[in-house]
Design a protein around this ligand. Structure first.
Ligand code: DX5
Ligand code: ZN
Length: 224
């Protein structure tokens, strides 16, 4: 599976959102990570389905909604209506996680499960066969620009082994604090979708950052 860079839109300049999408798309990006925060599950508040629906017409790339929302079931239809392609919910935020995942799948969208740093893989083991994506948080959710918790690469490696052993179909996504210095450790652990915010979106340097990250990934894929 080709490794994907998924820019975290939280780090984009909100004054130029449409341009910030076009810019990364021109650099070959095909997945845009949309960090939705409700101020309850996480202390921060970002954006909801409204702005996403307006931005949908800017690009056909995958809109990957990361819902840091308590009990997200009631808001999922609005994100589907806004045109997202994937919805990832937090295992810690859903009283009925199986039902919520089924709800996303019934809409024909990619269904993802996110795990906070302290949540073990065993917590979702019974439904790994349902997931299209497992998002391993390498920071505590709520803010961009944090330092990566590198021990989360062990959780990524564990998911990689489980997938091989049981032939699961999920993609492994890593999210939080990833940069040019530590990205290789995430690749070596088995992550194939890398969410990158503050190390990617930087005024006047975004394209250069994407190219530098892509070179590191390319080198890893070629030479291990
Ligand atoms: C944090 C979000 C992450 C974050 C990534 O709650 O889920 O997607 O924005 O940004 P960086 O790469 O700056 O940690
Ligand atoms: Zn995220």
């Amino acid at each position: 599976m080709k490794t994907i860079i998924a820019p975290s839109f939280l780090s984009a300049d909100a004054r130029y959102w449409a341009d910030e999408i076009r810019l990364v798309e021109q650099e070959g990006i095909r997945c845009l990570h949309l960090d939705v925060m409700d101020g309850h599950f996480v202390p921060n508040i970002t954006f909801g389905p409204g702005p996403i629906k307006m931005l949908r017409s800017v690009s056909a790339m995958e809109f990957d909604a990361h819902l840091m929302v308590l009990e997200p079931s009631s808001i999922i239809p609005a994100f589907v209506d806004a045109g997202v392609d994937a919805v990832t919910v937090h295992a810690e935020a859903c009283r009925h996680l199986h039902r919520t995942l089924q709800q996303i799948k019934d809409y024909g969208k990619k269904a993802g499960i996110a795990l906070n740093p302290a949540t073990p893989v065993s917590f979702i083991e019974p439904i790994l066969d349902m997931a299209d994506r497992i998002l391993v948080m390498s920071v505590n959710p709520g803010y961009g620009g944090q330092k990566a918790i590198m021990s989360m690469t062990r959780k990524i490696a564990q998911l990689h082994q489980l997938r091989q052993k049981h032939n699961y179909a999920y993609e492994i996504q890593a999210d939080g604090g990833i940069n040019q210095t530590n990205v290789r450790a995430f690749l070596e652990a088995g992550a194939e979708n890398l969410v990158i915010g503050s190390a990617l979106y930087q005024p006047g340097k975004t394209a250069e950052n994407i190219r530098a990250l892509a070179r590191i990934i390319e080198d890893f894929e070629k030479n291990g």
